[in-house]
Design a binder for this molecule. Structure first.
Ligand code: 3HC
Ligand code: NAI
Length: 704
């Protein structure tokens, strides 16, 4: 850093080096913008400088505007002004790129006159993923660099591209060799000096054509993929409308659209999600606690979950030993894992050589527990049965080295009871992966009464290593996610008993933004799972609880969902995604008659409000009990494990944005019909009465 600014200016011979050093990701804070503006003035005033190289220190070029400044009063100079000043420079400016060049970072690069990147650099304009659009000239300069269609594609999707693709599109001038971006920039600057090249300004380039049919085609695509989000379509319109204006007008038009989007609930929700994901890993009580050694992982049970977890662990570079009940089962699991890795190879995510190395050197599948004697961490993924799991943990206790972390992937069972089967409960933790475990990013880290802090730290380290988002949960039936699922599923079942069809419910929930409704999810997962749980709990069921009789009848009729071709929907060649079945309506009518229920209709809004009220109420209760330490952790679980629409931020954020008093008023209304199910969470009632927010609750169990 030079003096007070994170931007330094240094001249060597006739080249000026402007370097940004603003860890961790060189975001364009007010200080960086000021520093850049000053550096451009200095470049103009420096009689010995003939060209400048703009590069960044640390792990990346600029990763974008400083998101933490959004929603606060803006501090000059604005980013568009800084970029305009760079572009206006009479001396050429070369942007030397590495790491991730995103959002405002790519817009700065587009304001420079030449761009060169080292291999491995990734570039993109991800603003729509934050509910925004590029607001510093990106919608107007990018089409002038790569053409209108490619710009529409990149801006409306927010996707990142690698240096090779950027070169092919004409976004950058060259992919340099090596890893040193500053050196690459210097070499490019020397070449340009030798050529006598002057500044080359995208802002002065002619606007590319925007073919009407092509734009219309993209409009249809974006309408479909945006699913109700406003930013992608606004971005498309802004690109096209701006290109019809002179450049300065296009940029001003873009800035107005950017400022409008800044005010939307969608922007607030998406930025909430961004920070919530990063906050989940912050655990104040683990400050200074080092994770245990983590190189060798053991997995017990090679079914659906064991295979997925093994694949994720191998992909993360861990050594994996899998234990099954017998050798044929072990071989079957090994074949399943090889198939998943093959899938990654086919998708271009994994090199064939790396895959071969993983399978031959870092993986083995055995039938004897002795193979686990020296592993650092074991993840148990056997049948969901407490006695079976306790027996497994007793065996692990006698075999594993001292200090090994012993984890269970149970979905619902009491991790304390599992820990007590060992003489080392401090080493036991829940690691609740989601299916498919090699794809889903969520990992619930279930901390039991005796779990040692360094075991919790090891779990977070594992999540990070696997590229997953670890969220801490306390012990309760179903932890954060499945406990909430039970609540809102039950609300849905009650509506179906009272007259809604499962198809009405699914449609309303998809309308809210979930990828699937609860009955579509049930068919996909297999209806026998819920049936088994209901059977298990039947003996202790409170007589006031309403039973979804129809769900049991379906299973008893052999309709288990997709795997049997019939569940709530019919699945066949004609309708592989499922179509409604008239028999279901007949069955439901019969059940309602038996139960003396006069069916009534539910509007999509009524369905959504009951479903959401149940979800929010259970979330508040989970927070109040300290099962989750922060509302934002609950949001992350629902976003990454249950398909909650990201642009609504998660149920807790959504509830705060709606106003908690509206939700409690709804619950009070529903409770008049069913006071047993609709018991309001005391925390929710208190916050609604006080005008408080779920986001401000911190149960003190973590953290910062
Ligand atoms: N502003 C402020 N802070 C940011 C930031 C940003 N743009 N990007 C990352 N950070 C912070 C994170 O919050 C995190 O802080 P923490 O350590 O206190 O939790 C830290 O930087 C490191 O981030 P990650 O944990 O995400 O690190 P990774 O290495 O996994 O990922 C990254 C790095 C790919 C740059 C990722 O952080 C990312 O995608 N960032 C957002 C990029 C983005 O969306 N840019 C566009 C911004 S909008 C814009 O530019 C508007 C313009 O058009 C005007
Ligand atoms: P699964 O039935 O597909 O696999 C279980 C495997 O464990 C079988 O291959 C079986 O042979 C093996 N096994 C049983 N007892 C064993 C023992 N004593 N030693 C070694 N191997 C043994 O079950 P699935 O779906 O993989 O679930 C496993 C665990 O993961 C359960 O606790 C489940 O609740 C949990 N889970 C399941 C999710 C899912 O979506 N399927 C999601 C998250 C957690």
């Amino acid at each position: 850093m030079a003096g007070q600014t994170p931007v330094s200016y240094r001249r060597e011979g006739d080249i000026a080096f402007i370097e940004i050093d603003n860890p961790p990701v060189n975001a364009l804070s007010a200080a960086v913008r000021q520093g850049l503006a000053q550096a451009v003035v200095r470049l103009a005033d420096d009689p010995d400088a003939r060209i400048a190289v703009l590069s960044c220190a640390g792990r990346t070029f600029i990763a974008g505007a400083d998101i933490s400044e959004f929603g606060k009063p803006s501090v000059p100079p604005s980013l568009p002004d800084v970029i305009a000043a760079i572009e206006a420079s009479e001396k050429p400016v070369v942007a030397a790129l590495h790491g991730t060049v995103l959002g405002g970072g790519l817009e700065v690069a587009l304001g420079a006159h030449y761009r060169v990147a080292v291999p491995g650099t990734r570039m993109g304009l991800p603003e729509v993923t934050l509910g925004l659009l590029p607001g510093a000239g990106g919608t107007q300069r990018l089409p002038r660099a790569v053409g209108t269609e490619a710009a529409i594609d990149l801006i409306t999707s927010g996707r990142q591209i690698d240096a090779g693709e950027a070169r092919r599109l004409g976004l950058i001038d060259a992919v340099a060799e090596g890893t040193d971006s500053r050196a690459a920039g210097e070499a490019e600057a020397r070449r340009l000096l030798n050529q006598g090249a002057g500044p080359r300004r995208l802002g002065e380039a002619e606007a590319p054509a925007a073919d009407a049919a092509m734009v219309e085609e993209w409009r249809r695509k974006v309408m479909k993929s945006a699913r109700g989000q406003v930013a992608p379509m606004r971005a498309l319109d802004t690109i096209v409308e701006g290109l019809a204006m002179p450049f300065a007008g296009g940029v001003a038009h873009e800035r107005r659209a950017f400022m409008d989007l800044m005010q939307t609930p969608e922007r607030a929700a998406l930025i909430h999600a961004f920070f919530a994901e990063r906050r989940a890993a912050q655990q104040g009580d683990l400050t200074g606690v080092s994770p245990r050694k983590l190189d060798r992982v053991g997995i017990i049970g090679g079914g659906t979950m064991g295979q997925g977890i093994a694949t994720a662990a191998l992909t993360a570079g861990l050594d994996v030993t899998l234990v099954e009940r017998d050798q044929p089962s072990a071989d079957k699991a090994a074949a399943g894992i090889a198939k998943m890795l093959e899938g990654a190879v086919k998708r271009g995510k994994l090199a064939p050589d790396t895959r071969d190395g993983m399978l031959s050197q870092a993986f083995r599948a055995a039938a004897a527990y002795d193979a686990l004697a020296e592993v650092d961490l074991v993840i148990e993924a056997v049948f969901e049965d407490l006695d079976v799991k306790r027996e497994v943990f007793r065996t692990l206790d006698s075999i594993c080295r001292s200090g090994a972390v012993l984890a269970t992937n149970t979905s619902y069972l009491d991790v304390n009871l599992i820990a007590q089967a060992t003489l080392r409960p401090q080493d036991v933790i829940g690691l609740h992966f989601f299916s498919p475990a090699n794809v889903m990013r969520l990992l619930e880290i279930v901390v039991a009464d005796c779990t040692a802090p360094d075991v919790v730290a090891t779990a977070f380290a594992l999540a990070k290593r696997m590229g997953k988002i670890g969220v801490r949960s306390g012990v309760c039936d179903g932890f954060i996610g499945n406990r909430m699922l039970l609540a809102y599923r039950t609300a849905a079942d009650h509506m179906v008993l009272d007259g809604a069809s499962p198809y009405d419910v699914d449609q309303a929930i998809v309308g809210f933004g979930f990828p699937m409704g609860p009955y579509q999810v049930g068919d996909l997962a297999g209806l026998d799972i819920g049936y088994a749980t209901r059977q298990r709990k039947a003996a202790t069921r409170d007589p006031r609880e309403r039973v979804p009789v129809f769900a049991d009848r379906l299973v008893e009729a052999g309709r288990l969902g997709r795997k049997t071709g019939r569940g709530y929907y019919i699945y066949d060649d004609q309708s592989p995604q499922g179509r409604p079945d008239p028999e279901i309506a007949e069955m439901l009518d019969g059940i309602r008659r038996e139960l003396g229920i006069t069916p009534r209709s539910f509007t999509p809004e009524e369905i959504q409000s009951r479903y959401m009220a149940a979800m929010v109420n259970e979330g508040a209760q989970i927070l109040d009990e300290g099962i989750a330490a922060r509302a934002s952790d609950i949001d992350v679980v629902l976003l990454h494990g249950y398909g909650f629409p990201r642009w609504k931020g998660g149920p807790m954020h959504w509830a705060d944005a709606q106003g908690l008093d509206r939700i409690t008023a709804n619950i009070a209304r529903f409770a008049q019909e069913d006071p047993y199910f609709w018991q309001i969470s005391p925390l929710l009632a208190r916050l609604a009465a006080e005008g408080g927010k779920l986001a401000d609750v911190n149960t003190g169990k973590d953290m910062k």
